[in-house]
Design a protein around this ligand. Sequence first.
Ligand code: CA
Ligand code: CA
Ligand code: CA
Length: 466
Amino acid sequence: MRNNRFLWMIVMLGVFFTACNDDDDQPTLSGVSVSITQDTFSEGDGTIAITFTTSASFSTDVTVSYEVSGSATAGEDYEALPGSLTLTAGENSVTQNLVLTDDDMVEQNEEIIVTITAVDGTTDLIASDSSVTLTLTDNDSFPFENGILVLHEGNFFGGNASVSFVSDDLSVASNGIFSEVNEAPLGDTAQSMGFDGDLAYIVVNNSQTVEVVNRYTFESVGTVDAGLLNPRHIAFANGKGYVTNWGDGSNPDDDYVAVIDLDNYTVESTITVPEGPEWIVANGNTLYVAHQGGFNQNNIVSVIDASTNTTGTPITVADRPNSMQLVNNELWVLSGGNPAFTGNETAGRLDRIDITTNTVTATFDFTQTQHPNYLSVDGNSLYYLLDGEVFLMDVSATSLPDTVEISGVAFYDMAVDNGRLYGVDAKDFASNGSLEVYDLTDNSLIESVEVAIIPGAVYFNGSFEF
Ligand SMILES: [Ca+2]
Ligand SMILES: [Ca+2]
Ligand SMILES: [Ca+2]
């Protein structure tokens, strides 16, 4: 105790000088404080200096004890600290090196908090700045975050369906990511993909499967391999997956929606629907199914209550509804109409459906020889493809647009996102296709990225969110 009293005299001398040098009338209690040069570090920054400082040096060596806390883990995110160090007599500071671990894990921001708990065995010599908090930021990401997923049908009966990942900056294209990650082929004729949380569900039409993968790593987590027949598209509602199936393409009466148990990836029940269910979208527990018609043609949108798995009154649209988009409380359905080769050519049409009443509230007619496709949405802007030209229509418009946005394209599918249009060109259906990316502010082509055989659908993969 005598030693402490002696130390106190030294420290109080420090307080005296501090008070004299300060305009502030209130003298601050001196003692040992802790500091770092900045608050935020990347986990790749290496060694960080944590500095313990006293305004007045001590006459003997003193032990500074500190506690390390926070969400970061000692031994994993950083090398464990000893918990104390010696401030040498006559010195005003001592540095503790903190060595950060540059691991490979994808992590949230974490914190390391260093708090002085004792100086020379007492709390009396701790200054007010007794704690520092470092925020550690991660420098890792999953391989398929922040980019575009291009789904390829591949050749029918060719068994060469595949998925490509193209980075957001369009500088990197990785083809065949499913087979590369899982060392197994994706299957035959991939039709579409749906997302539920961190999982992507790939509907592989002619393999009669749905492959389930982590959307950011593409590691397989399961396969729905029974109970599907000509599966087309998938949506999610009420904790279940819903997959449209044509059944036997030549039988108009066996078409159904398969209800998927998402815990074990099995078909738990089926819902009988009219012929040719194709696109399916969910709004809460209500599912809308566009009946393009399979090998024939149809002109309705089925409504399914996912809480009871029963169908309501179908909504009549035009012939061959081929794409749908939900915008606010309205469902936009684009119908291609019957093509000329059917001998019963009919006009395409865009229908707007109020989903609170499930009634058509507006129709926009194309001419009899116009067969639009690939309805896409970015904010309140609808885009579609017609005869190799891309058109833009605001959801508040009262007529179809006359102005062409982009012309001379041969897209096999397209999608818009965040001011860009992404179209896939399947070329000659035998060689590699391309992903064509346009800037929608001036409709200029930004990049053409070679992908794989018969790209048929485009999806967007953002950042992994914890
Ligand atoms: Ca870490
Ligand atoms: Ca990490
Ligand atoms: Ca059928």
